[in-house]
Ligand binder design. Structure first.
Ligand SMILES: Cc1ncc(COP(=O)(O)O)c(C=O)c1O
Length: 403
């Protein structure tokens, strides 16, 4: 006992957290509704009748979010990357050929995972902020045979939307490849028709479009894809992220690991709110909100990084003007205006999120004002008032949709 280490000095969390929580207007996590926060404070047994009802509800509502009739919808105790890992570990083993359609950090991560699993990975990577086209994929799949094709519907790292996703899925299906889609920042913010487009595995996280908490994610498999993973010839390298094992819990309420119960309850409430809003209304809210914000940003004098036709609405990337330090802008926004936005991975941009609860008019005015003033302080020549006026005008009547 004499050699026991002493406890460290401690501090209540309230001394660490800011007295007024920062408004999260970055690329995720995003603010969560009260119902989600309340659910996240509840612990119940992860096995038993009450949890069975919760799981059944999560699956039914997630099927609506993914637009699939497949039974094989599962929650994942882990970040979106965990759900991505589950998708890749399901279909990739030594010798499997994977075509990674890379638009940035996250879509590239699917390729890294495939490589780690022993897959033979070919990466198709157009210049930054350029979408992948069905023609490029058709050429690649006509040249060589692939078992799996991976893509991100929205590439958060640069604000790009892969507009030809439905056509790309059709090409993959024609060539007999399984299609894995990262819908982490897009699900429920814009259309994604899993069954209609022929997607075999789609993943999303809680902390983005769903407006739930980070660390609990969702994955949906097509029935045909689930057969592939159930019959895979080689051993299964993952335990937690093994879909077949996880299906014991999500399919028949048997123990896999102790589920992150509060996170699953939070997800339930987030999905319930989505079902109550309905997808068409939610898509419209995101569209109106993001376009109004984009109009405000441009009217202020800043440039958007991605051209309009392939611009992602859920994460808006903004060029940092010459001579301005984007990190200082973000710091000033947090310190003075209590608003947080994101930097980027190696690109000279800042990113504003438009996912879930971020798409509310009071949040738009706050982030646009804070950003304009902070950029101006760092030397950018901006007309902040013109930006706010453009935002107001763009919201106009449609502002009621945004709430
Ligand atoms: C498109 C996309 N995919 C994957 C991820 C990884 O999510 P997580 O950090 O929850 O693992 C992110 C996170 O920003 C993302 O935006």
């Amino acid at each position: 006992m004499s050699s026991m280490l002493p406890p460290p000095a401690t501090q209540a969390l309230s001394y660490i957290l800011p007295s007024e929580p920062l408004l999260l207007m970055g690329a995720g996590p995003v603010p969560i509704p009260h119902a989600v926060a309340r659910a996240n404070g509840v612990v119940i047994n992860h096995l038993g009748e009450t949890m069975d009802k919760v799981i059944a509800g999560v699956k039914a509502m997630a099927r609506y979010a993914f637009q699939t009739e497949s039974e094989k919808v599962l929650g994942v105790g882990g970040p979106s990357s965990g759900a991505m890992e589950m998708a890749m570990a399901s279909f990739v083993w030594p010798g499997r050929r994977v075509l990674c359609l890379k638009s940035g950090t996250f879509s590239g991560r699917l390729g890294e995972m495939a490589r780690g699993l022993g897959g033979e990975v070919t990466t198709l990577e157009p210049p930054v902020a350029t979408p992948i086209t069905a023609k490029m994929v058709e050429e690649a799949l006509s040249r060589d045979r692939y078992d799996v094709v991976t893509i991100a519907q929205g590439e958060t790292s640069c604000g790009l939307l892969n507009v030809e996703l439905p056509e790309i899925c059709a090409v993959a299906q024609k060539h007999g490849a399984l299609m894995v889609v990262d819908a982490v920042c897009t699900l429920t913010t814009m259309p994604m028709q899993m069954d209609e487009w022929g997607i075999d595995a789609a993943v999303t996280g809680g902390q983005k479009g769903l407006s739930s908490i980070p660390g609990v994610s969702l994955i949906a498999f097509s029935e045909r894809a689930f057969e592939v993973l159930e019959q895979r010839p080689s051993s299964r390298p993952h335990w937690c992220f093994d879909a077949k094992r996880a299906w014991a819990f999500w399919g028949s309420q048997q123990y896999h690991y102790t589920a992150p119960v509060p996170g699953v309850l939070a997800l339930y409430e987030a999905l319930r709110l989505i079902c109550e809003e309905t997808l068409p209304r939610r898509f419209e809210r995101h569209r109106v909100s993001s376009l109004a914000l984009q109009a405000g940003i441009e009217a202020m004098g800043l440039r958007l990084f991605v051209p309009a036709p392939q611009r992602l609405n859920s994460v808006v990337a903004i060029e940092v003007p010459e001579g301005v330090d984007g990190a200082k802008v973000r710091r000033h926004m947090s310190e003075v205006y209590n608003v947080e936005i994101s930097g980027a991975f190696g690109l000279n941009i800042v990113r504003v999120g438009q996912m879930g609860e971020q798409c509310r008019s009071h949040n738009l005015f706050k982030v646009l004002y804070a950003m304009g003033m902070a950029f101006r302080r760092e030397g950018a020549k901006l007309d902040v008032a013109a930006g706010l006026a453009a935002l107001e005008e763009a919201l106009g009547e449609a502002g009621r949709t945004v709430g």
